[in-house]
Write a protein that binds this ligand. Sequence first.
Ligand code: N01
Length: 527
Amino acid sequence: ATRMPNGQHIETDSISPDILIVGAGFGGVYTLYHLRKLGYSVRIFKAASDLGGVWRNNCYPGARVDSEVPIYEFSLEELWREWTWTEKFPGYKELRLYFDYVDRKLDIRKDIVFNKYVVKAVFETDTARWKVMAEDGTVVHPRFLVLCIGFAAKAYVPDLKGIESFQGISHHTAKWPEEGLDLKGKRVGIIGTGASGVQVIQEIAEDVEQLTVFQRTPNYALAMRQSKLDKSGQDKMKVLYPAIHKHRRETSFGYRYQPFPKNLFDTTPSERLLHFEEQWALGGFHYLIHNYADIGVNQAANDEVYDFWKNKVRERLHDPDVQEKLAPSIPPHPFGAKRPSLEQNYYEIYNRPNVKLIDLGQCSIVEVTPNGILTADDIEHKLDVIIFATGFDSVTGGITQIDIRGLGGKSIKDKWAEGIATNLGLATAGFPNMFFMYGPQSPTAFCNGPTCIEIQGDWIVNCIEHMMSNELTCINAQEEAEKEWRRQVLLLGSISLVTKAKTSWYLGSNIPGSYFTLNLYRMALLT
Ligand code: N01
């Protein structure tokens, strides 16, 4: 039985827990573990057949994380103490093994119900409980609903003319077949050059007969500088892990490093050239994050950062036409306004004779045909496989695709159609006892996942604990607080160059007809 106010007791069976969590990635696992430790009955409903969050859905060739060890992992000592990674930037297979290990250590799976795709949740005022329904008809009545579904729960495939007529194989990167796909000797077309596209392209180019890349906007990719890791090196580093994991909570992006505490034009040209070279050599996101503090807000400073990047990239490309397509003389958007990928041999791929780059800015897609893709220059690119690396209806799409109804029966989709409103990016007015993490108006895209999730998870766990121990029935975000939070989020967005990108999932503008505001909390930095 659950403690309720007024001495009322509500029976909870094994699947009507105090708290229902949706999603079993970093957020779901962290929250489950801590709430369970406090003695509450907690269940996770998970749409997929196993835990691991994005690493369960994204098993496309080359899928790996862009945050280096030990930043992208739980900070719990009972986990990191005995775990050893084999690569600085682990691939999805190793990340899945990590989640298996987490399960062995924390006994997580026993509280997860797999293959439960949540389709509806209604707040019932008479019991102050949520009625949550899964696609298979399962109904549960948790008191609290915690959405840990990540920012990329809803894949996006553009509505291209003729798409259904294609006779070959086509997949979105986040819906890659679990058993894999043999691309050897195939003519493959890929649409999209975001983080997913870049990883697929560099992984498959050598194997396929012909690779045609349909690029709308170039990715300002940075050198990953991948390396193998061994146990003894990591064991020596572990003495620093408590400090690293504490420090990552205190930095602007949840990383180990911070923006450099100087504005770009407060330095001499030679000083900044050396700084750029140093960050470049370190690889990963150093050149993005540990660059000068004002590059995200000062266009002239940003232009210098772009030019250095452009020259580095062009050195690696043979064909001047390809140089201009991949690293244009005039930047299509400020550096960092869209997320740079980390690459290993991405640019060299375009020097290969079996790789063709179509710049959709010059020559758009007219339609998908039974045999491939027809572009505006009347060329039909014959393809056996089309890969849609076209991203996600990000941040809000995963939440609004569930029919969530709060006070007065209003749906969250209708509420947010009038503009995203949340308090602290954790809750939204009219939807009591419901929390979300790594979602809208929170740092999300601008914060290393596990860091953000642990901070938000702690807040949610503490809030639930406070309510339970004080026998409080409901918590509801206040509209006034939402207005103030929205004002702050938009103000920071308006200072940031991030809003200068045309089509960006940071702004929701990657989905035709969607928002065009920065619905993420982005710290603007100036020294
Ligand atoms: O998606 P994206 P993603 N016609 O939205 C193009 C995380 N992630 O899956 O740039 C033609 O970034 C679109 O073009 P444009 C990471 O946070 C992490 O790659 O809008 N093209 C773009 O090139 C990342 O940022 C990892 O002009 C169309 C691409 O499709 C986020 O997920 C790995 C189009 C979409 O790029 C999303 O990454 C993977 C159209 N109609 C993902 N519509 C790692 O950690 C869209 N595009 C490594």
